[in-house]
Design a binder for this molecule. Sequence first.
Ligand code: ASP
Length: 309
Amino acid sequence: MTTRIRILTTGGTIACTQNPATGALEPTLSVEDLIGAAGLLSPAKGYEISGLDLLRLDSSSITLADLDLLVAAVRSEIKDGADGVVLTHGTDSLEDTALALDLVHDSEVPVVVTGAMLPFDATGYDGIINLRGAVQAAADPANRGRGALISFASRLLSARGALKAHTSDPAAFHTRSPLTGPRPAPVRHRSLGRLNVPIIAAWPGAPGDAVDAAVKARVDGIVVEALGAGNVSVGMGEAVARALTRKIPVVIATRVPYGPVSLAYGGAGGGSTLGDLGALSAGVLGPGQARITLATALAARVDPATLFV
Ligand code: ASP
């Protein structure tokens, strides 16, 4: 029996070379280039490795509509008989995309997301080892039924709770908490493309005007990047309360890289008060992953609380 692995590319540093004229990094490598560079053109007997170029973007530009396209592409590969799917992606929003895939992944087939911290033409390019690791993880029957995974610098992480924790370290991906809890049952994929779910960052003493402006702009939901275990200033807390009164779902995440949001404190901006008013805790999900989760729940018309476990 042949194990079929499909590699889908989206751009990012793993596909970048330096433009000799400007010095800027640009995604120039195709999936064939990557497969060839990783020595996967003639894989071991019993394996078939091939790929498809989907996007060529810096991952800071991946929109919710792009995520719809990526979810559809993964599903189509699985329908066509892939035993494992690898997605190469920029690292800046890699954990957002990995979670978007995970939340709707209702197949046993492993989906493994990877990237690189250094471009192809740099000494120490990490794309080859990362791609090989991702292919190995995607082909491993032990990873069946584990949802979407991140393979990076010889580590395999669940999508849920993962974060890019360093701007330059090759082992850039960590997990926010070892206590990620159970993976919620996948929800039906419904298009995210039309949703507007901003992340609004708090700072000490922040006024509420950014939250009020989002409400006025009729956003579909708001993720607050709060301080500490989930607290914002009095002014911002009062604006969050106004948003909740207008039935806009609000999720409280934190700018702290590790540990869960606990919504423990009182006062107008305290997490406990906001929770009592109906705001949800992002739990161990960072602001980016909380945004993806809220958007996925809103699109699928499921209670967002069921995905913030
Ligand atoms: N700016 C790049 C991106 O996210 C960074 C990387 O891939 O490491 O597309």
